[in-house]
Design a protein around this ligand. Structure first.
Ligand SMILES: Cc1cc2nc3c(=O)[nH]c(=O)nc-3n(C[C@H](O)[C@H](O)[C@H](O)COP(=O)(O)OP(=O)(O)OC[C@H]3O[C@@H](n4cnc5c(N)ncnc54)[C@H](O)[C@@H]3O)c2cc1C
Length: 390
């Protein structure tokens, strides 16, 4: 495992850190800020800020220059992820596109797809959504029922997707669709890139317990997709989707560590303000969480070393997913214990702004579900990494 970054990478860190210091408005770093801005306005602020960051040279860090990227190393991307978390930079408006779709396009896309997709995504001109889950197809994704019937050089798509993050802001949907009539399970599927601004596509928001509607349902009724907008080849959808999921599950543990470590420090600070910092049970629990976070950091550096050596993570990305999601969730269970039932009411402690931590505590309930639940990740690790019998 290599624990160091090169001088060129450290120089990049300095430039990025300076740009972030000058370009994140101080109000945006306040704990409650994003909760005070209406959801649509917040999305537009993030979209515009991210575009400006890209124009300043801090987007598409590891993508080739010819496709609009910066041409950097995996180490620079890891530094970028870490600095973004440390600076409390706004969340990406195009996270599903940038983190999952872009590396898949770079790996299996045609030359035309690379040119058409990467740069507009980096400029946030096209916001991407992921259309995998359906009302009766989640963990068992291969039973999905959305169909694409080929007519000439198009597919006519019918069906329904659900839990589609950013559905109301989406411009295009990368969707897993059954394109071979009569096919079963993971055979006969294709990954289609669907224009969401056409009469056959309707996105309806779903309201969450936090009050936000960051995801929704997408109804497809005779939606049209050109055959050339199939990623990874017609009938190869399962293989392409599994590659895409390995990027989703293996997402940078280094940025996760920086984000969770900040959450940890804020929980400790809240415990002090509430006079609970001397409670031996709480202290022991916090110590356990800290050890887990440090393990996550070393695992992230181990993964980064493998990526830098050009090794494919494949099913091992499920180990990363399990480790970061469960560490994160358990960390916020300490916060839940700290506040007890007060954790679900607004402003539970006078003079102490806990909105961000409360929001994060809600959010962490979902992290062991999306991208494949913990149970499913354990099955994958058992069967495909450890080679245990089914
Ligand atoms: C915040 C959030 C954002 C999301 N965003 C998107 C998105 O943008 N696009 C998208 O396509 N989907 C998205 N999803 C959906 C997500 O991928 C699914 O929720 C997930 O795959 C689980 O599917 P399910 O909800 O249908 O649960 P189910 O598959 O019905 O699972 C229910 C329970 O059974 C367990 N289970 C199922 N099968 C097994 C098994 N074989 N062995 C052991 N246990 C099992 C599961 O672990 C789970 O606990 C999102 C979900 C969340 C929570």
């Amino acid at each position: 495992m290599d624990l160091t970054f090169s001088p060129r990478e450290e120089q990049f860190r300095g430039e990025l850190r300076a740009w972030l210091a000058d370009n994140i408005p101080p109000a945006w770093r306040e704990p409650g800020f994003w909760g005070t801005v209406p959801e649509d306005e917040a999305f537009e602020l993030r979209r515009d800020w991210e575009r400006r960051k890209y124009e300043a040279g801090f987007g598409g860090i590891q993508w080739p220059v010819e496709y609009g990227g910066r041409g950097g190393t995996p180490g620079m991307k890891a530094i970028y992820d870490e600095e973004m978390a440390l600076a409390r930079a706004p969340l990406s408006a195009n996270g599903l596109g940038l983190t999952f779709l872009a590396p898949t396009v770079m790996a299996v896309g045609t030359e035309e797809q690379k040119r058409e997709i990467i740069a507009p995504m980096l400029r946030n001109e096209v916001i991407w959504c992921q259309g995998f889950s359906e009302p009766d197809a989640g963990s068992d994704l291969a039973v999905l029922r959305t169909t694409g019937v080929r007519v000439g050089d198009e597919f006519i798509v019918n069906g329904q997707k659900i839990w589609t993050t950013n559905a109301r802001y989406g411009d295009r949907l990368f969707a897993l669709v059954r394109t071979e009539p009569g096919s079963k399970a993971h055979h006969g599927l294709s990954l289609l890139l669907i224009d969401m601004h056409q009469p056959g596509v309707e996105a309806r928001p779903l309201r969450q317990m936090s009050g936000a509607s960051e995801f929704g349902e997408v109804f497809l009724t005779d939606a049209r997709v050109k055959v050339s907008d199939c990623l990874g080849g017609v009938g190869n959808g399962w293989k392409t989707a599994m590659l895409l999921l390995s990027f989703e599950r293996g997402a940078s543990g280094i940025s996760q560590y920086a984000t969770f470590r900040r959450g940890y420090d804020e929980i400790v600070s809240a415990a002090r303000r509430l006079g609970r910092h001397t409670d031996p049970v709480l202290r022991a629990e916090l110590a356990r969480r800290l050890v887990e976070l440090e393990c996550l950091r070393y695992h992230a550096l181990h993964v980064l070393t493998k990526v830098e050596q050009g090794q494919d993570l494949g099913a091992e990305s499920s180990i990363t997913k399990l480790q970061w999601s469960e560490s994160y969730q358990k960390l916020f269970e300490v916060f839940d214990d700290l506040l007890g039932l007060d954790g679900v009411v607004e402003a539970p402690v006078p003079d102490l702004d806990l909105r961000l931590l409360q929001h994060e505590a809600f959010w962490t309930r979902s992290v062991t579900i999306w991208g494949g639940s913990s149970q499913v990740q354990r099955n994958i690790v058992a069967e495909r990494v450890l080679g245990l019998p089914r």
